[in-house]
Write a protein that binds this ligand. Structure first.
Ligand code: 5AD
Ligand code: SF4
Length: 428
């Protein structure tokens, strides 16, 4: 979501006549887009702003903070960093172009909410990729999971009308984009504000757009992931058989304290349905360890769940108390060392599972969307398969931004490695 927001902001700045600068040192304006979900991401902001302060002193660089930390602390950010020029929350990016041309020295704060969906001109978005694009379909969250700061930084849910979403998707298709990723904090609760059509109907509509080949969406909340969505995924042939379905904990009692609105058993029933409908589906999840009061027994239930579900990928975190949340009022009583230890156990188990699963893919020929060059080796291409796994591969010719077939030759726990193949023996 933040990457996509940054693409919107960059587009607005370019449209208002600014040009991109190669380094912070050469910039006249620096905007830091921020995440508030864990304390660590907030700390990173303060250390970055500390480093940028010398630029401000030397050449008067204009520096602003946008995003969730801006919204969370509002004008209090000036108590910490008095030299900041502007503070703009996630619901106010549209106003950035208003303040930039004037390059005013007056401090600016935009953090009020608007209850309605506001469209940003789609032609302005400065997308990083020429082949894969994000489309925001909703903003905000109504769930108030007890650990999560997002409802306080992104406000209540509001939904983008289907015609506006389809217009952006058609525009992308006409420019040659092949993959669309629908974005929202809780896409499964999507409702068209005009017709009442739900997320399953939206998938059906997007699926009709010629020349888009892959459709994905993130994030799904298990509570709102009704069976109809699983059936819609199966029916819509362009929707990848891949789903990020964050469980957070394998223990029903912890899930209750997290205010997640489902039990371990209810979650596992959804996994069963998905696997029955789409046996080749790749599943991923988020896990929080060390939630207040998480006992050893409860933690073991999370390990048991990971061993049972065998996800393709997980994102795991130590619980971090966040301002204004219900859980922050409880004692953060799991010691840092214990949280660390639990995280190591989760990641070690998952690493073993991923290695086993990846090894079973060796020899397959998979359809890959090539998105760039491998970070480790400039002679190696990188892309993703339908399951959203990273696949690095050799190719004799340039395959940037193309779908190609790759034969998987080897793997590690976190990526696959292969070579370009001419004749697919396996497809999806
Ligand atoms: N502490 C740790 N992890 C958190 N997440 C959200 N809030 C917190 C928190 N306070 C994790 C959840 C969520 C992901 C985006 O970040 O797992 O799904
Ligand atoms: Fe946060 Fe829960 Fe909303 Fe996700 S569903 S953004 S975890 S409050």
């Amino acid at each position: 979501m933040n990457t996509s927001d940054s693409e919107h902001i960059a587009g607005m700045l370019l449209a208002s006549g600014l040009t991109a600068s190669p380094t912070p040192e050469e910039s006249d304006l620096i905007i830091v887009n921020t995440c508030a979900v864990r304390e660590k991401s907030e700390e990173k902001l303060y250390s970055l702003l500390g480093r940028l302060e010398s630029l401000k002193e030397k050449k008067g660089t204009i520096i602003g903070v946008v995003g969730c930390v801006a919204q969370l602390h509002r004008s209090k950010l000036w108590d910490k960093k008095p030299s900041l020029d502007f503070i703009i929350g996630p619901d106010n990016y549209g106003k950035i172009s208003q303040i930039i041309p004037s390059q005013t020295r007056k401090k600016v704060l935009f953090t009020e909410w608007s209850p309605e969906w506001r469209d940003q001109p789609v032609q302005q978005i400065k997308r990083d990729s020429k082949v894969s694009a994000y489309i925001t379909i909703m903003e905000g969250c109504n769930n108030f999971c007890s650990y999560c700061v997002v409802p306080f930084t992104r406000g209540r849910e509001k939904y983008r009308p289907i015609p506006s979403i389809l217009e952006e998707a058609e525009e992308l298709a006409s420019k040659g984009y092949k993959e669309i990723q629908l974005l929202g904090q809780n896409v499964n609760s999507y409702i068209d504000p005009e017709t009442g059509d739900n997320f399953a109907a939206l998938l059906e509509n997007i699926n009709k757009i010629a020349s888009i080949e892959w459709i994905r969406f993130i994030t799904s909340h298990p509570k709102n992931f009704i069976d109809e969505i699983a059936y819609a995924m199966k029916k819509a042939n362009k929707v990848c058989h891949q789903l990020h379905l964050p469980i957070q904990s394998g223990s029903t009692s912890v899930l209750q304290r997290m205010n997640r609105g489902y039990s371990r058993e209810e979650y596992l029933e959804k996994i069963d349905l998905l696997r029955n409908l789409m046996p080749d589906i790749h599943l991923s999840t988020d896990i929080i360890v060390g939630f207040p009061g998480e006992t050893q027994v409860e933690f073991q239930e999370t390990l048991g769940l990971l061993a049972n579900v065998r996800y393709t990928n997980i994102f795991s975190f130590r619980y971090s108390p966040r301002p204004q949340t219900a859980a922050a009022k409880k004692e953060d009583n799991i010691a840092f060392e214990e949280k660390k230890n639990r995280l190591i156990q989760v990641q070690a188990l998952q690493r073993k599972i991923q290695l086993e699963k990846n090894k079973s893919l060796i020899g397959q020929t998979q359809k890959i969307l090539c998105t760039g060059i491998s970070k480790k080796d400039p002679h190696v291409y990188t892309g993703r398969n339908a399951g959203y796994q990273v696949v690095n591969f050799n190719s004799p010719n340039d395959v940037f931004d193309q779908f190609i077939w790759v034969k998987i030759l080897s793997c590690g726990p976190y990526s696959l490695f292969g070579e370009k193949a001419e004749f697919p023996s396996f497809s999806r």
